[in-house]
Design a protein. Structure first.
Length: 411
């Protein structure tokens, strides 16, 4: 707990930062919860997702109720001076327990699938539930009549029962942070997950390391009061700033894997849509029109509609596709030193261009061919990319035209 009545004179930058901008970590945590919420609702049966949602909600609540204005409001509404103290301590303790439960279940698998995980989760729930009960019992026994909205930890550091309550919540928090940090960094070293999750875990690790620094600052300030010294600045200025940075880092740690994978998927879909543009334009010259514009169509729908349009137009064109030309074009592309994958796409593009020119009404004379359309329809992506290199296509096509084809055209 912090306090607005503790210090006189100009406040330090760190203190002003915390007092004025305590909502920053709350907003970041709320954003993390908002990003996760659709997935949590959609997959509500997944206990890990529910645990993440609960943890983020608890973290938001901690920063909302630790604000001096909220502390005053809670004290006034209940009519009990400093009742915000056990309330905030309880939220913080529940958050710590949730972190431990989440990391244990996340690392070892779902609780219902592992007896060891089940036992570990049960021990955490019992231990931290007991701490919360003890916090309220100690508050009832303590005599804390003077409201302190910023410096309660140090102001009542020598008060019977309140002293024990302050030490209890700090020790419980430190223990949870130490265990969680150790589990996270051990997990990072094991590997076996994608880059987004790895970076998310690193941000979580940094966040919990900052939490350890928060605990060290608080415990040092409280211990200084026991020895008659005054290091309240550590509790008033340093600890709140560390808490803010820790919350932001933890929120980023939870956001990054989800947001990163989401953005990566968006980018992949948009790139695929853009890569199909050359082939789509070519098919429009055949069909005479394109895909109707739909204002509310999402990226997935636009990609699907473009792929469907291309295949629908390409399917009747396949009757005019020359399979032998495709084989010779593939061999010609390989002869130019191109990779097999790119050679396949260039050969498909040559065949498609030839089919467009050979269709009725386009002045073609090749007629129709028996052709397996499966490969041609499957290669629309590589073929579309190949259409971006007309010079290479012309060279391959010139190499692929056999003398008998030339003679046929001359006749």
């Amino acid at each position: 707990m912090e306090s607005a009545d503790a210090a006189t004179g100009p406040a330090s930058f760190l203190s002003a930062f915390y007092t004025s901008f305590w909502w920053i970590p709350a907003a970041v945590l709320a954003a993390a919860l908002a990003i996760k919420l659709p997935t949590i609702i959609r997959l509500w049966r997944d206990p890990l997702l529910r645990a993440v949602g609960g943890l983020l909600l608890l973290a938001c609540a901690v920063f909302v109720f630790v604000a001096p204005s909220t502390i005053v409001w809670v004290n006034r509404v209940t009519g009990v001076p400093n009742i915000s103290a056990p309330w905030v301590y309880s939220l913080l303790t529940a958050f710590c327990g949730s972190c431990l439960v989440l990391i244990i279940a996340w690392r070892d698998g779902l609780p219902e699938r592992s007896a060891r995980t089940r036992r570990a989760v049960r021990r955490v729930v019992v231990a931290y539930g007991g701490v919360i009960v003890a916090l309220w019992v100690l508050f009832v026994l303590a005599d804390v009549p003077v409201e302190r909205t910023r410096d309660l930890d140090t102001y009542y550091a020598n008060t019977p029962f309140m002293r024990e309550e302050i030490v209890l919540y700090l020790v419980a928090h430190t223990t949870a942070v130490l265990i969680t940090s150790r589990l996270i960094w051990t997990w990072i070293r094991t590997g076996g997950f994608d880059a987004w999750l790895r970076w998310g875990l690193r941000f979580l690790g940094v966040g919990y390391a900052l939490n350890l620094a928060f605990d060290a600052a608080k415990l040092t300030a409280v211990a200084a009061r026991w020895t008659g010294n005054d290091l309240d600045r550590l509790s008033l200025d340093v600890a709140p700033a560390l808490a803010c940075l820790s919350a932001v880092s933890i929120a980023v740690g939870f956001i990054l894997p989800h947001a990163g994978q989401y953005l990566n998927e968006r980018w992949r879909i948009r790139l695929a849509h853009r890569e199909l543009r050359p082939l789509y334009r070519l098919m429009r010259t055949v069909h005479g029109s394109g895909v109707p514009f739909v204002l509310r169509a999402g990226p997935e729908l636009r990609l699907t509609r473009r792929e469907t349009f291309i295949r629908d137009v390409l399917l009747p064109l396949a009757r005019h596709a020359d399979e032998r030309l495709g084989e010779r074009s593939h061999a010609a592309a390989l002869g130019l030193g191109l990779t097999p994958e790119r050679a396949k796409g260039l050969a498909a593009a040559v065949v498609i261009l030839d089919a467009v020119e050979s269709r009725p009404g386009a002045g073609g004379t090749h007629g129709t061919h028996d052709h397996d359309t499966t490969n041609l329809l499957r290669e629309i992506g590589p073929a579309s990319r190949a259409l971006r290199h007309p010079d290479t296509l012309r060279e391959i096509r010139a190499r692929a035209v056999a003398p008998r084809d030339t003679a046929a055209v001359t006749e």
